[in-house]
Design a protein around this ligand. Structure first.
Ligand SMILES: C[S@@+](CC[C@H](N)C(=O)[O-])C[C@H]1O[C@@H](n2cnc3c(N)ncnc32)[C@H](O)[C@@H]1O
Length: 280
């Protein structure tokens, strides 16, 4: 019998919960997956007792929930994640934005509080562009350079800059750290890879690209390249906001740099997470 693609399936909330439990996926995750398929908000879906899906939507949902049951992160399945209240597209070439990275944005606003300030900002290792673009959205007169070694990541950063309507204030640069950077900035923001090569990560994290995660035997390779030369790319009083990994602060303090530490901020788990450096 031919399949009618337009057929509507009525799925009760209890049937929906049963499907989630069969695939070992939480109800919240199931609803997030479903929300990306149907044109209904998460809250509406949460309170809907009878979910109406076309046959194609149902098939897509089963595909998504199967992928989730194989540990694929929700963001990789649905193709976006929220960061600092904005939607960022992501894919297999970009690290999914992490909540702890929002600390860089908070700290940036603390040190540059004036909305009209003329700022030239570099997001080094931009990935989706979530840090730099979240910052850029706040300022009236800022300009953002988004740099990454991955041209596929730069395509996603460009897509995000377009969808957030700030592409006219952005320049995309393919660069191996500072190699293709020739300007000085008021601020550099960076969340470089910082995981040691042999560290055993959860299966879920391994859906992120290898070069976004790993940084040599001790996870310090990117810091050892960035910190000794970062002052050359900062104006006087310019600041570098950089994320660090668990237990890396002391090793980072030993790296030869012309910058001074202004502040070290802990994340919600009480782990040293972000350093603000100043050139003076
Ligand atoms: C941890 S991810 C951070 C991505 C994004 N800034 C964020 O916070 O979600 C590190 C990024 O650095 C980029 N990267 C790795 N090695 C690089 C290099 N040698 N030069 C420039 N970027 C590099 C990766 O492609 C990746 O996008």
């Amino acid at each position: 019998m031919p399949i009618n693609n337009k057929a509507i399936l009525n799925i009760s909330k209890n049937e929906f919960k049963k499907i989630c439990s069969e695939y070992n996926v939480t109800i919240r995750e199931g609803l997030l997956l479903l929300q990306s398929i149907v044109n209904i908000t998460y809250t509406e879906l949460f309170f809907t007792e009878l979910i109406k899906l076309s046959y194609l939507q149902y098939c897509k949902f089963i595909e998504y929930i199967t992928r989730r049951s194989n540990s694929e992160p929700i963001a990789k399945i649905i193709g976006y994640k929220y960061f600092y209240n904005n939607k960022f597209y992501t894919n297999e070439y970009t690290l999914d934005p992490r909540p702890e990275t929002e600390l860089i944005v908070d700290l940036f606003f603390k040190y540059f509080p004036t909305k009209n300030e003329h700022l030239k900002i570099l997001d080094l290792g931009c990935g989706t562009g979530c840090i730099g673009l979240s910052i850029l959205l706040y300022y009236n007169n800022a300009e953002l350079h988004l740099a990454d070694i991955s041209k596929e990541a730069l395509k996603i950063a460009e897509l995000n800059a377009k969808s957030l309507n700030v592409i006219n204030k952005c320049k995309l640069i393919k660069s191996d750290w500072f190699k293709a950077i020739h300007k000085q900035y008021d601020a550099i923001v960076s969340n470089p890879p910082y995981i040691a090569n042999d560290y055993k990560l959860d299966k879920e994290v391994l859906f992120d690209p290898h070069e976004a995660l790993f940084a040599g035997i001790e996870g310090m390779d990117a810091y050892n390249i960035i910190l000794p030369v970062a002052h050359e790319y900062l104006k006087n009083n310019g600041k570098l906001f950089i994320e660090i990994g668990y237990n890396q602060l002391e090793a980072i303090k030993k790296i030869n740099t012309n910058l001074k530490i202004l502040e070290v901020k802990k994340d919600l788990n009480n782990i040293d997470r972000t350093i603000v450096f100043i050139k003076n």
